[in-house]
Design a protein around this ligand. Structure first.
Ligand SMILES: Cc1cc2nc3c(=O)[nH]c(=O)nc-3n(C[C@H](O)[C@H](O)[C@H](O)COP(=O)(O)O)c2cc1C
Length: 335
């Protein structure tokens, strides 16, 4: 009996299988990206996501979506900054759900990686320490700014719920703002948001609490957790396991494991490069754990599940290239 093709529950949601299309910005690469810089999904974007859902993916997590233009990462990015966006995003959520997949959407703030030409503002982060992925020196956020950004995540999450998404995912990986607060490399604050592991996790924990307060306690909230910085003195899978437990206690329904400053696609990494990190995290929590990164073969995915390293498998670039990936995987399993 295949685990990959058996249903799974995440909070109150049931997925028809364990295969997830992880967030992938369509403006960066791929067939969904023919869009004006409006922050809104175009017909092409809707059709692109609908096709993956129709072809049997268990859950689609729509690409990173800014909660405020000040936190926008690049041109062409989706945005849920205003209530006017809700009816347009409704078409996207509906297209995914109508094809039998669970529809989630990732919310993001670029933080210290911000480009003033995109955001119109100087980059801000936990501290004024330059980010290992950028030359730019950010300005350390005031406490008031931290609280404001957390509120913006909550407001965007509410819009996602109103648009009909089944769940939201808060981006805390790949060196973006959530990741910047977790990593001792970029968070050198001396107040309650810096220093100890608990203090560095405070930003994401308070964000989750504010999101849940606005969307309702039973609405599933996921966190994409950057688990490895891969730089001396940075965030490690052991640190991530401690934070994952805190997130579980805060009511997070799924821990979606990826990289920290290492990014999502480290050069030269072999198949399933975040599986060891996911396994460390899975040992610390009882909510479902998802792993993504270099997984292209159904048999490999099945083994990761059977060996108990994770509960769900993200298939990124392979699905981008081939929308039929899931159906082909199913055929290969039954042979
Ligand atoms: C074009 C592209 C865009 C991406 N955009 C995002 C994103 O918006 N949010 C995110 O968390 N990860 C993003 N990622 C990372 C993927 O979700 C995934 O973790 C990564 O591609 C590794 O998985 P894979 O080897 O299965 O492709 C992106 C990856 C690609 C290739």
């Amino acid at each position: 009996m295949s685990l990959l093709f058996s249903p799974i529950k995440i909070g109150n949601l049931t997925l028809r299988n364990r295969i997830v299309m992880p967030p992938m910005a369509t403006a960066i690469e791929g067939p969904g990206g023919s869009r004006e810089d409006t922050g809104l999904p175009s017909d092409t974007t809707v059709a692109y996501y609908a096709e993956r859902a129709k072809k049997q993916v268990g859950m689609v997590i729509v690409e990173h979506t800014y909660v405020t233009k000040r936190g926008k990462a690049h041109k062409g990015q989706l945005g849920l900054e205003s209530d006017d966006a809700v009816p347009v995003f409704e078409r996207l959520a509906q297209a995914i759900r109508a094809n039998g997949a669970v529809a989630a959407i990732q919310l993001n703030h670029v933080g210290a990686l911000g480009n003033p030409e995109v955001t119109g503002h100087e980059p801000v982060g936990p501290s004024d320490k330059p980010n290992p992925r950028s030359e730019r020196k950010p300005r350390g956020m005031t406490k008031g700014e931290i609280l404001e950004v957390q509120g913006l995540f909550a407001a965007a999450a509410k819009r996602a719920r109103l648009a009909g998404f089944d769940a939201v995912e808060i981006h805390s990986a790949h060196g973006y703002l959530g990741s910047q607060f977790l990593s001792p490399l970029t968070n050198t604050r001396t107040d309650e948001y810096g220093g100890s592991s608990e203090n560095r996790a405070r930003f994401i924990l308070e964000t989750v609490a504010k999101v849940k307060a606005l969307v309702g306690r039973d609405y599933p909230v996921f966190v994409r957790l950057g688990s490895v910085d891969g730089i001396e003195g940075g965030f490690t899978p052991e640190d991530a396991a401690v934070v994952a437990k805190m997130l579980e206690d805060a009511g997070v329904a799924l821990i979606d494991v990826s990289g920290g400053f290492m990014g999502s696609r480290p050069a030269g990494a072999g198949p399933g490069y975040f599986v060891p990190a996911a396994s460390t995290i899975k040992n610390a929590v009882s909510v479902p754990v998802m792993v993504t990164g270099g997984i292209t073969e159904a048999a490999f995915a099945e083994k990761v599940l059977k060996d108990g390293h994770a509960d769900l498998i993200g298939i990124g670039r392979a699905l981008l290239r081939d929308p039929d990936w899931v159906m082909k995987a199913k055929e290969s399993e039954s042979m």
